[in-house]
Write a protein that binds this ligand. Sequence first.
Ligand SMILES: [Fe+2]
Ligand SMILES: [Fe+2]
Length: 337
Amino acid sequence: MYTQSMSVPDEAGSRTVQPLPSTEPADRMARFDACIDADGRIEPQDWMPEAYRKTLVRQISQHAHSEIVGMLPEGNWISRAPSLKRKAILIAKVQDEGGHGLYLYSAAETLGTSRDQMVQALHEGKAKYSSIFNYPTLTWADVGVVGWLVDGAAIMNQIPLCRCSYGPYARAMVRVCKEESFHQRQGYESLLVMMRGTQAQRDMVQDAVNRWWWKCLAMFGPPDADSPNSVQGMRWGIKRVSNDELRQQFVDATVPQAKVLGVTLPDPLLKWNEERGHHDYGPIDWDEFWHTVNGNGPCNKERLATRVKAHEDGAWVRQAALAHARKQEQRRMKEAA
Ligand SMILES: [Fe+2]
Ligand SMILES: [Fe+2]
């Protein structure tokens, strides 16, 4: 997963954090604040302000949706992977993403929202997921670049979430980050192999990098100045590092990797700034970002339709599992009687 959505509202027009309702009981509120100030963890059984709960449900469910929608662009390539080894790696990666979705839906359920409600919101187009998955994976090189850059950006974003103030989310992220690290490395390694191949393979890698670079920078979400939710998220210990700082970390980490790989990052303004101790980079096209977030990217409709169909096709499996559980329960009751 994947992150930009974390600071993006589900419904248009609600881009600011709602103030805390003044009716929250003062003593509980004081205990909650003290726990946050002491960098403690809030657990499901603890009292929490409604706005904190709502923010977490929105963020964790968007994150879960991003994991399962993120399976689609790469899943397209499983049957076309160039070797058995690459196919096995890709299957493992796509399966991991499904697992990340499961951990995250489970973490969100501890906040009192059912998985059915969350999935329904996704399928009705009311919930967001990371917009990066609304772009197509046109060639095999895209699979490598998605691993290197998209999963790489996800790791950058998710490592601070391992210290999130909400316990179940933080704990889920520890395992997710370990698996994301494998995703990033497999992508980079597959690109290294292609870059040592033919000119056509090198061109294919460069073309994929050109198409994904700017979209990956946008994954970190709007600039800090346009991201009012971030301030409250920081106060609550949900968000630890700002969008712009994470983006800068990503650029600084990726430039030397691109050099080793032998690809050019498609930004004429990208250069080391001695004074800042960071790389400068060019302006991001936020109009395109919002256009895609708001449902008009190249694959938004296709992704949602695929998800809905998969859910409907799997209905019999869910029904069978429930019927089996009911039978087991009846048998257990009979034996106990
Ligand atoms: Fe993931
Ligand atoms: Fe991943």
